[in-house]
Design a protein. Structure first.
Length: 261
């Protein structure tokens, strides 16, 4: 069953007497557990597609469904609930609140849930451990590297345990080595069941995904649903996974040491 269904979706922006078509009659389905890289030149409609798929921007025409729920037929408050329950967002610019510490930033999406404060803190701390930043929980974003800030943003996106993770150029502000570590994290999350849609300009990242879709001038021009065995690159992946797990074990040990202090 498709987790996301896009049917005959168009998006048109009108400024004065000028009309711009960001998307043109787009139809596609995303199955649960897919990792989709979304590619195309600037202005091709990639980010517009992502925001429409995630319930952030209504299309001019057409239908968007998440888990068979007609997204844009919902009232505004119910639409907010759907986004919180189903979708986590990761952006190129991190969008962390500069005067809140790392833990407080991760906790933000939990504020409307009504969970007890201790339970909220436990969930957030577990995620910070998962991304290797438990020992930076009390630091402000400005005290972190770019890669660390993006890991905080990913933890925040995951704090409600959404089925879908949407990422718009998540490595765009990062160096090559840090970008690769973020991509390894995305791959690990996908292997654990997250459905991921990621906009990127970097063709290297096709190899991390199970499917690549390409946009040109608001139109879908390519849809490459790859054979998982073909793209897995087992030897490389096993090494990357082992390195990540080693990093994760070190982070857990650090967290346990801090708790004992």
């Amino acid at each position: 069953m498709s987790l996301i269904e896009i049917k005959n979706v168009s998006k048109e922006y009108i400024i004065g007497q000028t009309s711009t078509h960001a998307l043109r009659d787009l139809s596609l389905q995303i199955d649960e557990g897919e990792f989709v890289t979304v590619m195309g030149p600037s202005g091709s409609g990639k980010s517009t597609f992502l925001t429409i798929a995630g319930g952030l921007s209504a299309p001019t025409s057409g239908r968007v469904a998440i888990d068979e729920i007609d997204v844009y037929s919902l009232r505004r408050d119910r639409l907010s609930d759907l986004r919180r329950e189903y979708v986590g967002f990761v952006f190129q610019s991190f969008n962390l609140v500069p005067y809140l510490n790392v833990l407080e930033n991760v906790l933000l999406p939990l504020a409307p849930t009504g969970l007890p404060a201790k339970q909220q803190a436990s969930v957030a701390e577990d995620l910070l451990t998962e991304v290797g930043l438990y020992d930076k929980a009390k630091h402000l974003p400005g005290e972190l590297s770019g890669g660390e800030q993006q890991r905080v943003a990913i933890a925040r996106a995951l704090v409600n345990d959404p089925l879908i993770l949407l990422a718009d150029e998540p490595t765009g502000n990062l160096d090559t080595a840090t970008s690769e570590s973020i991509m390894q994290l995305f791959r690990l999350l996908n292997e654990r069941g997250k459905t991921i849609l990621m906009v990127t300009h970097n063709p290297r990242y096709r190899s991390y995904s199970t499917r690549t879709i390409d946009f040109r001038d608001g139109t879908l021009v390519g849809d490459d649903a790859k054979n998982v065995q073909q793209i897995t690159q087992k030897d490389t992946d096993d090494l990357a996974r082992a390195q990540f797990e080693q990093f994760h074990r070190h982070s857990v040990q650090s967290a346990e040491e801090i708790k004992r202090r």
